[in-house]
Design a protein around this ligand. Sequence first.
Ligand code: NAP
Length: 278
Amino acid sequence: MTSPKISGTTQLLAVIGNPVSHTGSPAMQNFMCQTLGLDYVYVAFNIEQGHLKNAILGIRSLNIVGINVTIPYKEQVIPFLDQLDPLAERIGAVNTIVNQNGTLIGYNTDGQGFLVALMKEQQTDVKNKHIVVLGAGGAAKAIVHTLSQKKPKSMTIANRTPETAIDLAKICQATGIGITKELDPFLKNADIVINTTAVGMGQLKDQSPVSHYNWVHPHQLICDIIYNPAETLFLKQCRLKGAVTLNGKGMLAGQGQIAFELFTGFCADYNLLKKQLN
Ligand code: NAP
C-alpha cells in the first residue's frame, strides 16, 4: 500500500488506547480510505492515564471525525461523551466515537463485529443455537449483549470469577457459572463456544481457559476472539478433536467494517479489511 496523500483538506480518524502499537486498525482503515479514494488518514494515539479527558475534548477542538477506543479506556471514556447508542449504554463500554458536528456519540461494535465474522467466515448465526461464552470481561459483555438479541436457544456465561458471570447473565437472561466441572454439560451441549478471556495470549499464551477437551465434538464451532497468536492452545486442541475453529481476526475486521461505515458513511469490504491484518 502506498502512503496516504495528505493535504490541507484531509480529515482525521484515530484509535486511542494504551498500549496501541500492536493495533491493526490503521492498516485496515487507511487501506479502505485509499481504495475508495476518500480523503481521510487514520492514526494511533497512545494516551497516558490522566490525559484521557483532554484527549476526548481534543476530538471536538481538532475536528477529528471519529475514533476507535481500545484497552483500557472503553469504559472510562463514557463520562466525556454527549450521547450513547442504546447498545453501548447497555454494555457500559464504547469502542467507537463519532463526532457528529461537535456532538460525540459512543457506539460499541465489538459484538456486532463478532456476528459479522460468524456470518462471513462460517455462514452461520446464533439463532436457535446453544452458546457458551467463556469470560465475562469487556469483550464478553459486548458479545453477550449483542448475541442475546439474536434469539439463541440458550446462552451460558462461565468465568473465573463466577459472580461477574452471574451478574452479566442476569441482565441477558443467560446462565452464569464458574469455569469448573459444572460447566461440562453445557460445553458438551453447545453448538458454539466462544473464548473471550485473555487466556491464550501474551503471558498466558501457553494456557487454556478449560482444563480438558472431553466435551469437544466435530459438530461444534469453537471461537477464540484472540487473534495473536492466530491459533491459541484452546483452538488448537479443539481443532485436533475435530471441531471447526475461528480466531479473532474476523471479529476485528467486522468491528472495523462497522466503524468505517459510521465514520465515513461508505461501505467497507470485510475481506479487504481482513487481508490487511495478516
Ligand atoms: P477484560 O475486560 O480485562 O476481561 C478479561 C477476561 O479474561 C475476564 O473474564 C477475566 O476473568 C479473564 N481472565 C483474565 N486472566 C485470566 C486467567 N489467568 N484465568 C482465567 N480467566 C482470566 O478484557 P477484554 O477487553 O474483555 O479482552 C479479553 C480478550 O479479548 C483479550 O485477549 C483481547 O485482546 C480480546 N479482544 C479481541 C477483540 C477482537 O476484535 N478480536 C476485541 C476485544 C477484545 P476475571 O473476571 O475472573 O478476571
